[in-house]
Design a binder for this molecule. Structure first.
Ligand SMILES: [Zn+2]
Length: 303
């Protein structure tokens, strides 16, 4: 007489199969995680943050914890002068998933002497430094185009020397359009001298956005896109392919709705992602994944 397997035996073999499948899945997940910091299953990447700034001195650890809890496990910690670039590198060296950019904001270029340039080059040698920035053109406070353009050209050369992408800060004044100046500066370089990069906190027109994208730039979409008076930025977010978009906070500044006016932090990049998804009529998960992949591509973060 043949014996049929009892219920207990059946259950045991089903359990074995489940254990085997889960084990395989965990193995696969581990492999992916080991291979790269990128594309780790729908995490978000804040492409522009200043967590090393003094606004976070009292609660930096909690801010970092909230970022992780919100699913923002990577960001670029951006310097805007030599001192805070050094602090950005220090923070990146301390926190897994945080990378640094070294640069001097156009408002801070006075006194940029050869000693400071040497310091910049030393910082750019660091492993966790993944970009030159923020650098660029800002006429809002009436800076001179000639001086800013000359420093920017030097930074472009340095970025090419170190083979690093750039984070551009571009802000127009009342009577001069900084985007037009940057576009013609990039055009004048032609071919091999053109750096890769992102136009951080993009605020130009749709036409300018298209020109940047044609020259291979990414556009940084910030919390401004959540504002009632976001203006043409909504159109830009709708029309520009997701493959050319990075998301950012620029914290501690420009917190997205509903936190407008408060101190911003990396966790809030989720609100930018959600708004971009709403504007594009796509899945939040898709916007998370693609913008994270874009950041990893631009900042060369494959392990
Ligand atoms: Zn910034």
């Amino acid at each position: 007489m043949k014996t049929r397997p009892g219920l207990g035996e059946k259950l045991a073999s089903v359990m074995l199969i489940i254990v085997w499948a889960v084990d395989n899945m965990v193995g696969a997940l581990n492999n992916v995680a080991k291979k790269s910091y990128c594309n780790r299953f729908y995490y978000m990447f804040d492409s522009h943050a200043h967590v090393a700034f003094e606004q976070f001195d009292n609660d930096r650890r909690r801010v970092v914890k909230r970022a992780y809890e919100a699913g923002v496990n990577s960001w670029i910690e951006v310097g805007s002068d030599v001192n805070n670039s050094r602090r950005a590198v220090g923070l990146a060296n301390k926190i897994e998933g945080v990378y640094a950019a070294v640069g001097v904001h156009p408002d801070n270029i006075t006194g940029l002497n050869s000693g400071k340039w040497t310091e910049i080059r030393v910082l750019l040698e660091e492993d966790k430094v993944k970009a030159v920035g923020e650098v660029g053109l800002d006429y809002y406070r009436g800076g001179s185009f000639e001086e800013q353009a000359s420093v920017l050209s030097d930074f472009i050369k340095v970025a090419n020397d170190f083979n690093l992408p750039m984070i551009f800060h571009v802000r127009s004044g009342e009577d001069r359009d900084a985007h037009e100046d940057l576009l013609s500066l990039l055009n004048s370089l032609g071919g091999r001298g053109t750096p890769r990069g992102v136009i951080h906190m993009f605020g130009g027109s749709l036409e300018q956005a298209k020109k940047y994208v044609d020259s291979g730039m990414y556009l940084g979409i910030s919390g401004i896109v959540t504002f009632k008076n976001a203006g043409s930025l909504v159109e830009v977010a709708r029309e520009i392919p997701l493959e050319n978009i990075l998301v950012e906070t620029d914290c501690p500044y420009v917190a997205p709705e509903p936190h407008r006016g408060e101190r911003n932090e990396p966790a809030y990049v989720k609100l930018v992602v959600e708004k971009v998804a709403e504007i594009k009529g796509s899945d939040v998960a898709v916007v998370e994944r693609v913008t994270e992949k874009n950041a990893c591509d631009l900042f060369n973060l494959e392990a």
